[in-house]
Write a protein that binds this ligand. Structure first.
Ligand SMILES: NC(=O)c1ccc[n+]([C@@H]2O[C@H](COP(=O)([O-])OP(=O)(O)OC[C@H]3O[C@@H](n4cnc5c(N)ncnc54)[C@H](O)[C@@H]3O)[C@@H](O)[C@H]2O)c1
Length: 391
């Protein structure tokens, strides 16, 4: 027996954000608040989306978000102008930070008390305002999940406001938004999606349906991340990445995440490494560790990699898979980006000690990962002379 939940309607395709007004009308919303990521305020698609709302005669007010990976204090201040405005729906247009902020505000408009009091997995007294999500990165998958990630600035911990009430009602994936995304944003958010898809694929709780999503997400993400930096303006490639990120988010929320996602949290909260890079840095080592410990299921994903030699034996396919994941991370300059944060021996020790705190998530990996494994991984990545610190 298993469950698979997907509560978000999807509209996908170039220029679909121009249907926003029509979609809001169909959903019955007459007055909406719109949270715009500062990075896309001047984007032509933003103007066209807003024009469509005007044309549909839906009343709206816009608010600009300039916070990247916001904390609870930011959310608490940001929510104030939304209170008692009579908004029937909130629309978030932006990266994962802005979509999560939109979900956070939607929760606090209908539920009393400070943002920090909803930390974790709160029981909400009231349903949040409905959210329409238009992601402009590809992507966190926030447009299809109930999670909204926020940092506890005092405790330097990334947590969130995570409630089953917080699935967006509608996602609009318009790849025209991601065309022109700068390299660092393309890589960080794309690598984040790859982490989601690989961790949900191997997760102990994966189901036949979540695997279908993880598998197709992997095919789209791996092959197109290999191309996107050479063809950043290619709408088809950007569309494949947007859809891949969405499918990966759906797989993640149904199966779960694992060690790379878990270790990304202290790297992000304490060292300010952007979320996607912070998870992707661990992907090659975790994948290698799994194969070394006898995990074989990567062979099916290997067959989906463009240029794969399908005649290889299962064992060789798994080894080749590990090699290719590491090569992709290098091609995307993930190690170089991480090296710029200049983490030291002391920082590597701090991360090793997080093992005990993160154990529940680490244990979702199909093969056992011991603290000694983590020590070796962190040493390899961060210690002076380690592979990644040396780049
Ligand atoms: N809710 C979830 O399920 C979920 C899942 C994974 C990650 N997250 C969270 O999402 C956040 C990361 O989101 P992200 O990786 O999308 O990045 P982001 O939202 O933090 O944005 C990064 C930068 O990119 C800019 N940007 C966004 N779209 C752009 C575009 N089209 N063109 C130019 N610039 C653009 C933003 O202005 C910002 O400066 C983290 O806080 C992470 O924890 C949430």
């Amino acid at each position: 027996m298993f469950n698979f939940k997907l509560k978000t309607h999807l509209v996908f395709g170039a220029a679909t954000s121009e249907q926003l007004g029509k979609i809001l009308t169909e959903l019955g919303y007459r007055k909406v608040g719109i949270i715009l990521d500062r990075g896309i305020v001047a984007h032509p698609q933003t103007r066209k989306a807003l024009e469509s709302i005007k044309a549909a005669q839906v009343a709206y007010q816009t608010f600009e978000n300039d916070a990247i990976e916001p904390d609870y204090d930011f959310l608490e201040a940001f929510k104030k102008p939304f209170l008692n405005q009579g908004f029937e729906c909130l629309v978030g247009i932006g990266g994962g930070s802005t979509l999560d902020l939109t979900k956070g505000v939607a929760t606090l408009v209908t539920n009393p008390g400070e943002a920090i009091s909803y930390r974790g997995f709160p029981k909400l007294q009231h349903r949040p305002l409905p959210v329409v999500a238009i992601p402009t990165t590809a992507g966190t998958g926030s447009e299809v999940t109930y999670n909204a990630v926020f940092t506890d600035a005092k405790q330097k911990k990334k947590l969130g406001i995570n409630s089953e009430y917080n699935y967006p009602v509608q996602a609009i994936l318009d790849p025209l938004f991601t065309v022109g995304c700068p390299k660092a944003v393309t890589v960080s958010s794309g690598a984040d999606a790859l982490v989601h898809t690989l961790e949900s694929y191997v997760h102990k709780n994966h189901t036949p349906v979540s695997r279908m999503y993880s598998t197709e997400a992997f095919r789209l993400l791996y092959n197109n991340l290999n191309k996107v930096l050479d063809h950043p303006q290619d709408i088809e490639i950007r569309g494949h990445l947007a859809l891949g990120a969405y499918l990966a988010g759906a797989a993640l929320i149904n199966a779960g995440s694992g060690p790379s996602g878990a270790f990304s949290y202290p790297l992000g909260a304490v060292y300010k490494v952007p979320h996607g890079y912070a998870g992707a840095i661990f992907l090659p080592e975790i994948t290698r560790l799994n194969v070394e410990k006898g995990y074989q299921d990567y062979a099916a994903l290997y067959d989906l990699m463009e240029g794969a030699d399908k005649k290889l034996a299962v064992k060789e396919k798994n080894s080749e898979f590990v090699k290719r994941i590491a090569e992709l991370m290098t091609k995307l300059d993930v190690p170089k980006a991480i090296a710029a944060y200049k983490l030291t021996d002391k920082d590597a020790e701090f991360l090793i000690e997080q093992y005990d705190v993160l154990k529940a998530a680490i244990d979702q990996n199909p093969m056992e990962i011991t603290k000694e494994d983590v020590r070796k991984m962190m040493t390899k990545i961060f210690h002076p002379g380690g592979t990644y610190a040396r780049v």
